[in-house]
Design a protein around this ligand. Sequence first.
Ligand code: ATP
Ligand code: MG
Ligand code: MG
Length: 386
Amino acid sequence: MDKQVIGILGGGQLGRMFIEAAGRMNVEVRVLDPTALSPAKQISNSDKHIDEPFTSSEAIKKLADGCDVLTVEIEHVNCDELAKIESLGLAQVRPSSSTVRLIQDKYLQKVYLAEQSLALPEFVGCDSLDEVVAAGEKFGYPFVLKCRLGAYDGRGNYVVKSKDDAASGFKTLGEKMLYAEKFVPFTKELAVMVVRRPSGQVATYPVVETIQRDNICELVYAPAQIDGDIRQIAMKVATDTVSCLPSGSAGIFGVEMFLHEDGRTVLVNEIAPRPHNSGHYTIEACHTSQFENHLRAVLDLPLGSTELKVPNAAMINVLGGQNGMQSVLDPCLASLEVPGATVHLYGKAGAKPARKMGHVTVVADSALQLRRRTDLIVGKLSNASD
Ligand code: ATP
Ligand code: MG
Ligand code: MG
């Protein structure tokens, strides 16, 4: 396996943690990212990294030359070029270009999952203001207007509160490539990482609870504190979601879900075709991290155990704040005095508000101990007192 070379499109924190896992197994990873000293490139000294956009055909072709496998740490990539590379047999593309294409357009993703009979919030495509208004009549208010492409951290979402608000939502989101979703009255957001080999074999990580603030993940609790029957349902929804993706697709996938306030319905929110923020806890808390299992899956190697090796874990995202780098360092310094805490800093230069700068994982022997330890760190987050 250490003879295979992997090229990764995108060089942020996910690529950085992927390289950490690959490095242990002596697998070479080449990064394509426009930023010269991106988080992933910083920790891997190589003259084979490419400082160009992961949307550029030429750059992707250059990356494929010399790599056995191409993978992604972001879904907003150039799928036409990846498809060409697949058809010419220049490199394996994992997950496949058709899977990334399907997932990068959140509307097509939903159409596909609905065709596979997965439970989703009701949705409808919106290409005009009239259609946005019609969605409000169909779903009631509030409902969520979303960008089909390029979305992350809720930046492509607008909650439409009334008929009068529809025009503002339509304009704010750029007036094209939109769809509308019924607002889900959820009690919790759940997530599950699922890893899949090219043969279709899958392994499923535990169900976690994710807590978002202003649409950005703030906290993850593993395992989620939910009833066993809900856990079984969420595991099955996540496993079915990843299993139904086009054949041959391999890698790790994050499945975000809503637990409806009826207490028994679990709906799919969206899939990420890559390592996911809700799976960072696996580095310290599971036998095999999401990053190592992604590596194993894209190299078509036996998968590692996805089980927790500690009773409880939490992941706290550290975002840039009003005080720049100080907002980032304060919770990290506090973590150094908390037993079971591990600090991850991504090496990003600009600590702009809401930018993901690092995270802290906390492991514990019980849910109570976890809560005590987590609270010590959460209290130091710059946004904690908002
Ligand atoms: P990510 O960074 O996870 O890719 P994103 O920009 O793709 O985020 P979504 O996951 O669609 O955005 O939505 C962000 C958050 O907004 C969700 O985690 C949830 O809290 C809320 N949300 C999204 N859709 C709905 C909905 N239909 N009903 C209620 N809340 C919603
Ligand atoms: Mg998303
Ligand atoms: Mg999301």
